[in-house]
Design a protein around this ligand. Structure first.
Ligand code: CTP
Ligand code: MG
Length: 215
């Protein structure tokens, strides 16, 4: 059985709300509760939430205080997690996640150390220097926009997180840490609907989509 690490310890600076982002009310409830529901619907009941100082975990979830960086929050939550061979990491900032996202990521662990939700790129991606001169155009058919959930064999995640603070701070996702430790990582098909709430615009879109789902 898998345990879940729900990272919710960020402040939400870019959203600019009156409270930490994961606790902003979205379609009638604190944002992080949408992810807790989806986890439970996927049969995952052991949930450790990394929290900002002074906030409580949702009922039935364990809570730990998060760290200064996202990966440090993941490391702290993992240290508090009950025994399980598989771990799924999810950002509380992705409230549109579905039970299928969790199930499919965990199933793909049969063939990899990590399996991560990803959407095919729809924009063309170019590289440019500081002078704005374009130096490369990438083959879009091979590019993926990476999301959470990210599922891991527990020992692979623990090993990957066992690095110095500077490396940990550099990681924008946990799978990168597994990649650099030599582990195998697979992408699992997702869609742009599993968006990350970063700005007030994203919050409006999430509100509309969750409202539609409830109707
Ligand atoms: N997160 C965390 N601990 C941190 C930083 C981020 O648990 N020290 C979590 C956030 O709560 C969020 C997820 O990681 O669920 C993705 O981070 P992001 O979207 O960047 O959220 P914030 O860091 O809160 O937002 P901002 O960067 O705008 O301050
Ligand atoms: Mg952040």
């Amino acid at each position: 059985m898998a345990v879940a690490l729900l990272v919710a310890a960020g402040s939400g600076e870019r959203l600019g709300a009156d409270r930490p982002k994961a606790f902003v009310v979205l379609a009638g409830r604190p944002m992080l509760e949408w992810s807790v529901d989806a986890l439970r619907a996927a049969g995952i009941d052991d949930i450790v939430v990394a929290l900002p100082e002074g906030e409580a975990a949702p009922p039935g979830c364990a809570g730990v205080t998060g760290g200064a960086t996202r990966s440090e929050s993941v490391r702290r939550a993992l240290a508090a997690a009950p025994p399980a061979a598989e771990v799924v990491v999810h950002d509380a900032a992705r409230p549109l996640v579905t039970p299928e996202h969790f199930r499919e990521a965990l199933a793909a662990l049969a063939h990899a150390d990590a399996a991560i939700a990803a959407a095919p790129m729809t924009d063309t991606v170019k590289e440019a220097g500081e002078d704005r001169r374009v130096t490369a155009t990438h083959d879009r058919t091979r590019l993926w926009a990476i999301q959470t959930p990210q599922a891991f064999r527990r020992e692979a995640l623990a090993r990957a997180l066992d690095v110095d603070a500077a490396t940990l701070a550099q990681a924008t996702d946990d799978a990168w840490l597994v990649e650099r430790a030599g582990g195998t990582v697979r992408v699992v098909d997702s869609t742009p609907e599993n968006l990350k709430v970063t700005t007030p615009h994203d919050l409006r879109v999430a509100e509309l989509l969750l409202g539609e789902r409830r109707a």
